[in-house]
Design a protein around this ligand. Structure first.
Ligand code: MTE
Length: 318
């Protein structure tokens, strides 16, 4: 991925400090509920996109023990080429992106198909917080308290049929709102895909929040994918379409540079990117002199997901 310097985005003073997060977690852990607002409340999201608090339960079993990165780290160092190629561009350029009303089209090899208001899709789904490792193919990483739900809980409601071998995702195409789409730096819209068993894996999430609040626009609001054992480019943002397909769908980065980015994109310290090593990573927030840390196969989720790839040559299917 390209590197470019640009001006800083949000000021630190604009951002919720993570101590608010830690005290909220303590409250929730003690059994206090919080009023629904933001995405779950439907259109309220547009009224308070940055402050809407989400109701969720902590999913400790699926969370890592690593200390989460700060809200500032997670929301000011972003890859979101629809809003610029610089890391601080999205925080600035996506501020006024409209995330409500929002609808998602679900189609392809499934009994139930159609276009649905996001709030109707989300209403039956209880939200969970899961603290996941996140590893970018550019060899930086972070630890993120996402709020969302397993993708499979949504997909199953559409009754995919036996021809559904893959799931394809598409980001909104709206160059009027997304200035990066006026430049041919990538083929637009951004598209991604998973094999059906990867999509149905309980660790694969659709995310609507971060640090207990509605997801910031720069992180992919109102709805993004998170697949914690894969490089970050699989985790497509601002999803407007989900299709069940018979064949492996096209994906943006593997189409743009097939020798550099594969369809599978499982985190793999043994397979270097042609332009950089994948053996170690730089954890954001550690400062300039922090030692790099070893990258783990499947980003540390091997016990849960390695069986999905049994018998596959992961150098060939990278
Ligand atoms: N989704 C869209 N639509 N456009 C993008 O440019 N970038 C990807 C992924 N999803 C991208 C995207 C890449 S390369 C990464 S590393 C992650 O989003 C970054 O997510 P974050 O900004 O929330 O850390």
């Amino acid at each position: 991925m390209r590197k470019r310097t640009s001006t800083p985005g949000i000021r630190p003073s604009d951002i919720t400090p993570e101590r608010v997060f830690h005290s909220r977690r303590a409250l929730l852990g003690a059994g206090f509920g919080l009023a629904a607002a933001g995405v779950v409340g439907g259109r309220a999201a547009s009224a308070a996109p940055a402050t809407g608090v989400l109701p969720f339960t902590l999913d400790r079993a699926d969370s890592v023990a690593d200390r989460p990165n700060s809200f500032e780290d997670i929301s000011t160092y972003n890859n979101y080429y629809e809003f610029g190629t610089g890391k601080s561009d999205p925080a600035r350029e996506a501020q006024h992106f409209r995330t409500s009303p929002w609808s998602v089209t679900i189609g392809g090899e499934a009994e139930v198909r159609g276009t649905f208001h996001l709030e109707d899709l989300l209403r039956p789904l209880p939200l969970q917080e899961r603290i996941y490792r996140f590893r970018c193919v550019e060899a930086w990483s972070m630890v993120v308290p996402w709020v969302g739900f397993p993708l499979r809980d949504l997909l199953q409601r559409f009754k995919p049929n036996s021809n559904a071998k893959f799931v394809a995702f598409k980001t909104l195409y709206d160059p009027a709102q997304m200035p990066g789409q006026r430049v041919p730096v990538l083929p637009w819209p951004y598209v991604e895909g998973l094999r059906i068993d990867e999509a149905m894996h309980p660790l694969t999430m659709l995310v609507v929040g971060l640090y207990g609040k509605v997801l910031p626009n720069q992180n992919g609001a109102p709805l993004r994918l998170i697949v914690p054992w894969k490089y970050g480019f699989k985790s497509i943002k601002a999803i407007v379409e989900i299709q069940f397909t018979r064949t492996q769908p096209a994906t943006t980065w593997s189409g743009a540079a097939p020798n550099e980015y594969g369809f599978y994109a499982n985190v793999n310290p043994a397979v270097d990117h042609p332009r950089w090593s994948q053996a170690t990573e730089r954890r954001l927030g550690g400062g300039l002199f922090a030692p790099r840390i070893p990258t783990l196969p499947f980003n540390g989720y091997g016990a849960e997901v390695a069986s999905l790839y049994r018998g596959m040559d992961l150098r060939r299917y990278f």
